[in-house]
Design a protein around this ligand. Structure first.
Ligand code: PLP
Length: 496
């Protein structure tokens, strides 16, 4: 990406000033002075500068000279994921060297480094981000995966007493973290297409700052394959949500680990042998991101290699405006430090000349998405009940012990059925008698507050808590056994 012009308020040209969103913690944080000196030293023009400044072990003491990674050969196989799993495909060796030429040498990768990551790794990811998402004016910083990235971003904006917005069923590993320092969640109603823009607008318009504190300013969202419901936002919804964010001055946190695993999308001519053509075709099959629409700099996109390479990589990246990038870097410099060099070296080599390059990585992603799509289809074939994706809806009102009380005019968020109790019993029954586990939707439900739900006709979330989340990440054998056990367990449960 071209080096953008930076204004005195920390924004790039084109971005608006969003500094008022920063939490006190982010505002008060100053650059780690030691790291700052290292930055100043690294920019010094003296060629034979002798550094006796920092406690960096000399590279001659690193106990590795060469690192080899055996990876699938993605160029020639039409479906590299299947051939890799079957052990029938060719392998390719990618190497990192200490002294021989490579994209990121051991010598360069292992000293202490700056928070945003090693420059070579930032460069390949910046190019990849630019190719895939074409953000107007953004900067890349590495993370230890999305859990790390998201929790850092929460701290950038969250104060005690603030409310953040998210889907009414959301990923608890993330929503749990800011609760500890006093941030509360507001769930926005969803339908099978994900978060409903009109509901988002309604909550913001109805918000009473006297009763509930300042209006929410952060929307945390998983736009593709939402966890847990599996829904994906259409382009139309994205545009509406972005317009709402502009109207109400929201920050959008785009947590998108499943972006490259989009299913049921038209296949274009991805067979092309021309690398640029292949990338262009692959790119055209993917839905536009919030980041690509972000003319203001109000989107922080959070990407990870967890689902497309391996979760234990613990490597991801945040793409954001310059100011937020700098604040996240300051936090990282005083907490985790950048991710380990092994992962950064691998990713840099993989995306560079002697590795897969971007084209090869896209071939891997395309093949992986087909693999997951066929597992998803397999799961749906095995289990043919009504469902929202693999968000399995259970019709508890058909259960012999289902109870519905008459609405007494009390709080609109208090349960009027025993749905949640039956869901809990079903979860336990499946686990203890059938030996199969699904996550009950209550685990993901954001508690409601009467202040921000519709007063008329609202069905309490507790009474809509009637789903089990099934994953199709396992093998077909596991999926088949699991779904047969679910069928048996449901039959038995409904005979109670
Ligand atoms: N966000 C969502 C929506 C997820 O589903 C997951 C993992 O399942 C994560 C974040 C965590 O990703 P990472 O492994 O990169 O920390």
């Amino acid at each position: 990406m071209e080096e953008p012009q930076i204004n005195s308020n920390g924004t790039d040209n084109g971005d608006i000033d969003l500094s008022h969103h920063l939490s006190d913690e982010a505002r008060n944080r100053v650059a780690n002075p030691l790291k700052d000196i290292i930055r100043v030293i690294s920019e010094c023009p003296v060629i034979d500068l002798i550094s006796m400044a920092n406690g960096d072990p000399h590279h001659s003491l690193y106990p590795f000279r060469q690192i080899m990674y055996e990876v699938p050969s993605v160029q020639d196989a039409p479906d590299p994921v299947t051939s890799w799993r079957n052990n029938s495909g060719l392998a390719q060796i990618i190497r990192s060297y200490k002294d021989k030429e490579c994209a990121l040498s051991i010598r360069d990768a292992f000293p202490y480094s700056r928070a945003a990551g090693l420059q070579q790794c930032i460069d390949v990811l910046t190019d990849f981000t630019k190719l895939m998402f074409a953000p107007p004016n953004h900067h890349v910083m590495l993370t230890l995966g999305n859990s790390d990235g998201i929790t850092k971003v929460f701290r950038l904006f969250g104060e005690k007493g603030d409310h953040f917005l998210t889907d009414e069923f959301s990923f608890p590993s993330m929503t749990n973290s800011p609760l500890a320092y006093g941030v509360k969640w507001v769930g926005v109603k969803m339908d099978p297409g994900g978060i409903i823009p009109e509901e988002l607008e309604r909550i913001l318009a109805k918000w009473d700052e006297v009763k509930s504190g300042r209006r929410p300013r952060v929307l945390y969202i998983v736009p593709v394959g939402q966890n847990p419901t599996g829904s994906t936002l259409t382009v139309d919804r994205r545009k509406k949500i972005y317009a709402i964010a502009q109207r109400w001055d929201l920050i959008i946190m785009e947590d998108d680990p499943y972006y490259f695993l989009q299913y049921d999308i038209p296949q274009t001519n991805c067979a092309s042998t021309d690398p640029d053509e292949f990338i262009k075709n692959f790119r055209s099959t993917l839905i536009p991101t919030f980041l690509s629409m972000d003319v203001d700099g109000r989107v922080l996109r959070i990407d990870t290699f967890s689902k497309v390479l391996a979760p234990g990589m613990r490597l991801g990246w945040i793409t954001s405006n310059k100011l937020f990038h700098q604040k996240l870097a300051d936090y990282t410099d005083s907490s985790t430090q950048p991710p380990h060099a092994f992962g950064q070296m691998f990713v840099t080599e993989m995306l560079s000349e002697h590795g897969w390059k971007v084209e090869g990585f896209c071939r891997w992603l395309k093949s992986l998405r087909m693999d997951y799509q066929s597992r998803r289809d397999f799961l749906l074939d095995v289990f043919s009940a009504r469902r929202m994706f693999v968000w399995i809806e259970v019709f508890f009102e058909r259960h012999p012990r289902f109870v519905r009380e008459q609405y007494s005019g009390g709080s609109p968020v208090v349960a009027r059925t025993n749905t949640e109790q039956l869901l809990k019993e079903l979860f336990e029954r499946l686990m203890n008698t059938q030996g199969v586990v699904f996550i009950p939707s209550s685990t993901f439900a954001i508690p409601e507050n009467p202040l921000w739900v519709e007063s008329d006709g609202h069905v309490p979330l507790s009474d809509r808590n009637r789903f089990l989340r099934a994953t199709f990440a396992g093998t077909e054998d596991i999926i088949e056994k699991g779904m047969i056990r679910l069928g048996n367990g449901l039959r038995e449960f409904f005979q109670d």
